[in-house]
Design a protein around this ligand. Sequence first.
Ligand code: NAD
Ligand code: USQ
Length: 385
Amino acid sequence: MRVLVLGGDGYLGWPTALHLSDRDHEVAVLDNFARRGYDTELGVQSLVPIQDLDTRVAAWQEVSGRQLTQYTGDLMDADFVYQVLREFRPEAIVHFAEQRAAPYSMIDRAHAVYTQQNNVIGTLNLMYAIAEIDPGIHLVKLGTMGEYGTPNIDIEEGWLEVEHNGRKDRMLYPKKPGSFYHLSKVHDSHNLEFGCRIWGLRVTDLNQGVVYGQQTPQTVQDPRLATRFDYDAVFGTVLNRFVIQAVLGEPLTIYGEGGQTRGVLDIRDTVECVRLAVENPADAGEFRVFNQMTESFSVAQIAQTVAECFPGPVQVEHLENPRVEQAEHYYNVKHTGLVGLGLQPHLLSETLIESMFDIVSANKDRVDLAALLPTVRWRGGLKDG
Ligand code: NAD
Ligand code: USQ
């Protein structure tokens, strides 16, 4: 199948492109390198050294004998998006290309506006290009579990059967997200569901949990194929950060009491879930939603697991929570769709954490300790007067 991977230079987009290429798909990667720009803006870098996209693509060809087509450009540029779709003629598009850090979107007004413009308008440009050029293209869109927030009822896969005043309907599941970034994903989901209804688009929305890990069977084949690994308080995600903090002998930074619970998954399951979605397309007009997570843990449980697996002393620090989120809550997520397609989840295990400890140990001299502490506060982004 011809598959276009948007955001193919990112943490998840790059290993997904390799996984699909390894499975004999004809793959193109597209990116505007915005993510590398945020590193410069924030004065941080990936813990693991990463090569530029030209070098990565050349290395993959050398290692695997397989070619990736490369497009450099911005989804905000509609002409560029149309041109790529006309030229590459994808049968499926995997869309990772958004600003993805909740704290980045909460820095101030400008970062909130940038995040919502980049994500919502980029996706709208893409929807129009698909509808006008080839509505048969299956769009696999990365959403997030955080779209749902933490409601006091079970979280279904995207849709909810509602009975109200004696009548019934099937509605998009109500959303209560926790940042302007997470909200951008909700806006995307609504736009995409509308596109399915009016134009017959075929869309799979993957509501993904927090990803951990850095290696896949393809990226380990050559150091030039490594994907990024973020540890800073803006782009680093919780499990990756805790592993890094343990190795450095720094306290694990639990925000608040650590009762907040999240769905998580291994990076090897991310790439496999996307493959399963691509190879089993949604029907024309169908807005299909999968909850892409394999297990859920409270933040305190994540810290405890890391501490139990680390072969040395680990300290835990409870910081005042910089975010506005529920400290304790009900959390029960349905996530059977991808398992139904054949996903065999890797569960958070000592083996995985141990391999992460090794990666961090090998690169620990690259860490800027100052970048570990949170500086973005959910209520701190408003300027005086
Ligand atoms: P990332 O920032 O590493 O990768 C995103 C890539 O998209 C970057 O390379 C960036 O340069 C590119 N990009 C951004 N805006 C673009 C634009 N307008 N045009 C072209 N390219 C653009 O992020 P990631 O961690 O790989 O996440 C990928 C997707 O998965 C995101 O949509 C994110 O919301 C979603 N997701 C990630 C996680 C996680 O834990 N990392 C969890 C759930 C969902
Ligand atoms: N947290 C800590 N200590 C830390 C870092 C985080 O306690 O040092 C807590 C946060 O308060 C939060 C939880 O851990 O309750 C998760 O935070 P995170 O930064 O790991 O994840 P989040 O901001 O939700 O965003 C990440 C990705 C995003 C993706 C999302 C999936 O950056 O792209 O959409 O995970 S989900 O959380 O399911 O919405």
